[in-house]
Design a protein around this ligand. Structure first.
Ligand code: OKP
Ligand code: ZN
Length: 344
């Protein structure tokens, strides 16, 4: 399989995050070391050629995202720097919730308009890294359009919490949605999101569409981030009704239950007859992940990959979460080798 990777992800290096439930500031888990560990594991297993992303114009981004969000990303750091003399982080300190619906003109004040949590900082190198991650995903989609059967976008930062006109959850642009949108040029993609967290942004982007199926397995939002979406009864709207499917999982879910639910999710995808599958691969489902709370043993990831690969769809895997610096690499590479084995 072709692997898309840009070393520019390391330009985005958040240092700390505010954990409101514990009332603490602690080291940020979404660090460059994650991608380095995954790259190393993928290389060691000889999974395929590692390629840089192609270059794309802004229309590839606005095919999913609000131009206002893109303009904010371009303008906010210089405006912030001119005002504070500091290199960031830009974080909102007030949020535009229900009824607070006047967008201010000042990009620094727009932070709380576009960002929904205080854990997703903008730093000097963030936008450059974010653009490269998006380009990795879109290049992966283009490779499938050109006839490749499997591709892996080693994206960092992740993307599935970012919506059309908002960001949060360590995500800035929705890499998987950008790829799925690209694939819509020649067919109907399904998106399978197996990150520990619900991919609220991806769900939202395709919620009204029957052309893209979104299916997600994740920790029950009743006890886990992003808290406000990911429930079973969210099934899509309008033409998209029936094309969104959530499988919330209890805390501590282990391999046997997880495989049972994944089999049901794959059945729903099969019934959709997709032309392509985009997998939002988070490996924060592994036991001992510092952010997640499920109990998948690291040894089960090749089998999950085989399950996803055996129907034989062309598959683009997009990296999302996975915060164990020790296990994220082996889990991601294990999933990819099972996928490659089953698709062969
Ligand atoms: C991004 B991805 C828990 C706070 C959770 C945000 C998690 C974002 C995960 N104290 N912080 O889906 O892996
Ligand atoms: Zn996650």
């Amino acid at each position: 399989m072709k692997i898309l990777y840009s070393q520019k992800h390391s330009l985005h290096a958040p240092r700390e995050e505010f954990d409101g439930k514990a009332g603490l500031i602690h080291p940020h888990p979404e660090v460059p070391q994650r991608a380095l560990g995954i790259l190393q594991a993928v290389r060691e297993r000889g999974l395929g050629e590692v390629l840089p992303p192609r270059e794309y114009g802004p229309e590839v981004l606005t095919a999913v995202h609000d131009p206002g969000l893109i303009e904010y990303y371009r303008r906010v750091l210089p405006a912030w720097r001119a005002r504070t003399g500091k290199p960031g982080p830009v974080l909102p300190d007030v949020f535009a919730l229900r009824g607070l619906d006047h967008r201010p003109a000042d990009p620094v004040r727009q932070a709380g308009w576009y960002c929904f949590d205080p854990q997703t900082p903008l730093l000097e190198g963030t936008w450059e890294a974010v653009l490269q991650a998006a380009a990795c995903a879109v290049t992966g989609a283009d490779l499938l359009l050109e006839g490749e059967r499997l591709a892996y976008a080693l994206c960092r930062p992740p993307g599935h919490h970012a919506g059309r006109d908002y960001y949060g959850g360590y995500c800035y642009l929705n890499n998987a949605a950008l790829a799925a949108r690209r694939l819509q040029a020649r067919g109907r993609p399904a998106i399978l999101d197996i990150d520990y967290h619900h991919g609220n942004g991806t769900q939202d982007i395709f919620y009204g569409s029957a052309e893209v199926l979104f299916v997600s397995l994740h920790a029950d939002p009743d006890f886990s981030y992003p808290c406000f979406s990911g429930y079973r009864e969210e099934r899509g709207t309008g033409a998209g009704l029936g094309f969104n499917s959530n499988f919330p999982l209890p805390a501590g879910t282990g391999e046997t239950e997880y495989r049972g639910v994944l089999a049901r999710a794959l059945e729903e995808i099969r019934a959709f007859h997709p032309d392509f599958l985009v997998v939002s691969l988070g490996v924060d489902t592994v036991q001992e992940d510092p952010v997640g709370g499920l109990r998948l043993p690291p040894e089960c990831f090749p089998e999950l990959g085989r399950m996803v690969g055996s129907p034989g769809w062309p598959v683009l895997v997009v990296q999302e979460g996975g915060y164990s610096l020790r296990l994220a690499g082996p889990c991601a590479a294990g999933f990819l080798s099972g996928l490659a084995e089953a698709s062969a």
